[in-house]
Design a protein around this ligand. Structure first.
Ligand SMILES: NC(=O)C1=CN([C@@H]2O[C@H](COP(=O)(O)OP(=O)(O)OC[C@H]3O[C@@H](n4cnc5c(N)ncnc54)[C@H](O)[C@@H]3O)[C@@H](O)[C@H]2O)C=CC1
Ligand SMILES: CN(C=O)/C=C(\CC(=O)O)C(=O)O
Length: 491
């Protein structure tokens, strides 16, 4: 059993209460690590450390270029340690090592990208309409930022927040998911090696109600960046609003993957599988609703079933495993419950539909599951399952596809498979989602904004504009001293 410590003020730290909680390996169901169970007092200690680092000491004296250089050093360290970080994440969330090692390497780009951007945020000198005045607009950091992350891609989704936050000059307190705390704590050694001063990055470990909410409501926190479920996102947004904190929320989705009759099925069939069975469907951008044009419905379904039946369930560390266990017992239960709800609603289960134990493995496995005869008003078509469960619906034309696709409370992403450019442009315009993929699926990048319409979130992460979510403009007026004609009238 490995004992981890929180990271506060540049030093390992226990919870004041001495309480701890454990992490379970989803493949073996064995507990493997212990973590401090933070309370409000520990959160206050971390936030005050971050605030001290923001107001005093070295960090406020660093130039933007120096901050950027530190982030570029961190990018190199993340790349060097990618496989070790990935292996730790697999031990915590059970996702394929092949996926997590790719992700660990790719996330280094966020630190390099925002490291390069740090000294490119230029102010303004507006041609102000007041004689004798020089006006300058500068962009300043917010202060202490709370970064709250989920279990499906802990370090990648942390990078989406930590990189711009530090590039902008803020200090942070991170609260990783209680299911996947280890990799974030392992990252702290690299943050220190990159030369980022003590107290700039702090990590508290624990539960949403006991540690997460005290972090959100702490008066010295000026920004909350969150990725996770709708319920937690709503609670966080409501709490943060009480003292006008800035908030970005990356929440869930019920994304449509739409295949037209002119699509290249050699690409679209793997694209549908990538959308729902990669990561065992545990991604906010899961293509959990597959809309098939009547003209290709039978052919597509036959190829989809054939390819999915060939998927190998097994040990996430093995290179030939395609589908690994889901991350937690709670998720395992939730997914199986939704499968039974779909059956009770009248959907037809044409593949999978139950728990699995490949080779007798005790992990939280769910068979890749496909439902047909799904109506879009069914719960299985409206609610996020966050697992390997696909709902298939037919459509006859673009208007029907758009109507079905948009008839959900979410709007995170959508896929469109067609070789018709006019249709691609029309669908991209008509679909209500923050990301539209045409002839691809589940791609994200540090170069382009990501975020949701409707109940899928608030604000955007990634891309050059995301750094502005961690900055605030200040207008400075330099005036020549001169008497005003009438001090009782604003000039
Ligand atoms: N959008 C995404 O990428 C993700 C979405 N989800 C969705 O959320 C559902 C619930 O999954 P959970 O693991 O319970 O995720 P969650 O949304 O409850 O937790 C995500 C993070 O927020 C923290 N948290 C929870 N409640 C909080 C609160 N009131 N104040 C501050 N922090 C809080 C948690 O400790 C964790 O660090 C899943 O079934 C899935 O549908 C889960 C993980 C990632
Ligand atoms: C934002 N997001 C949510 O889950 C996207 C991810 C994580 C994942 O898919 O595991 C991604 O782009 O990889």
């Amino acid at each position: 059993m490995k004992d981890y410590h929180m990271w506060i003020g540049g030093a390992p730290c226990e919870a004041a209460s001495g309480a701890r909680f454990t992490s379970t390996n989803p493949y073996t169901r064995e507990e493997w690590a212990r973590f401090p169970r933070a309370s409000a007092d520990d959160v206050d200690h971390a936030v005050r450390s971050a605030h001290a680092a923001f107001t005093d000491g070295d960090w406020p004296t660093w130039t933007a270029s120096a901050r950027g250089a530190a982030l570029v050093r961190l990018a190199a360290l993340v790349t060097e340690h990618a496989d070790r970080l990935a292996e730790i994440e697999v031990r915590d969330n059970g996702k394929l090592f092949a996926e997590m090692s790719n992700q660990a390497r790719y996330m280094a780009n966020w630190y390099a990208y925002y490291g390069g951007l740090a000294d490119k945020v230029e102010g303004l000198v507006p041609p102000i309409d007041k004689p004798g005045v020089l006006n300058m607009v500068t962009y300043e950091p917010l202060g202490v930022c709370a970064l709250i992350t989920p279990w499906n891609s802990p370090l990648l989704l942390l990078a989406w927040k930590l990189a711009p936050a530090l590039a902008a000059g803020n200090t942070v307190v991170i609260k990783p998911s209680e299911y996947t705390s280890a990799s974030t704590l392992e990252l702290m050694a690299l943050v220190e090696e990159a030369g980022i001063p003590a107290g700039v990055v702090n990590v508290v470990t624990g539960f949403g109600d006991e540690a997460g909410m005290p972090l959100v409501t702490h008066p010295l926190v000026r920004k909350v960046a969150f990725t996770g479920g709708e319920a937690a996102g709503r609670a966080i947004n409501e709490a943060a609003a009480r003292d006008f904190k800035k908030v970005t929320l990356e929440l869930g989705g019920k994304s449509p993957n739409i295949v037209f009759d002119d699509a290249d099925l050699d690409a679209a069939v793997p694209g549908a599988i990538s959308g729902i069975f990669a990561a065992s469907g545990q991604t906010c951008i899961a293509g959990s609703r597959l809309l098939l044009h009547d003209g290709i419905y039978d052919a597509f379904l036959e190829r989809l079933l054939e390819m999915t039946r060939a998927a190998k369930l097994g040990d996430p560390m093995e290179a030939d495993t395609n589908i690994s266990p889901v991350a937690t017992e709670a998720q395992h239960r939730k997914i199986l419950d939704y499968i039974e709800i779909a059956k009770a609603e009248g959907a037809t289960c044409v593949l999978g539909g139950k728990a699995a134990s490949p080779g007798g493995a005790p992990g939280y496995f769910v068979e890749p599951t496909i439902f047909t005869d799904v109506r879009n008003d069914m719960r299985i078509a409206q609610e996020e399952v966050f697992g390997p469960v696909l709902s298939i619906m037919p459509f006859s034309d673009e208007d029907e596809a758009v109507a079905i696709a948009n008839d959900v409370l979410y709007g995170l992403a959508a896929g469109v498979w067609t070789n018709d450019l006019h249709r691609a442009l029309s669908m991209s315009r008509r679909l209500q989602a923050g990301t539209i993929w045409v002839n691809t699926y589940r791609s994200t990048s540090y170069t382009t904004p990501f975020g949701g319409y409707k109940l899928s979130g608030l604000g955007r992460e990634n891309g050059s504009q995301a750094i502005m979510e961690y900055l605030q403009p200040k207008s400075v007026w330099l005036a020549e001293p001169r008497a005003v004609a009438n001090p009782f009238i604003r000039r």
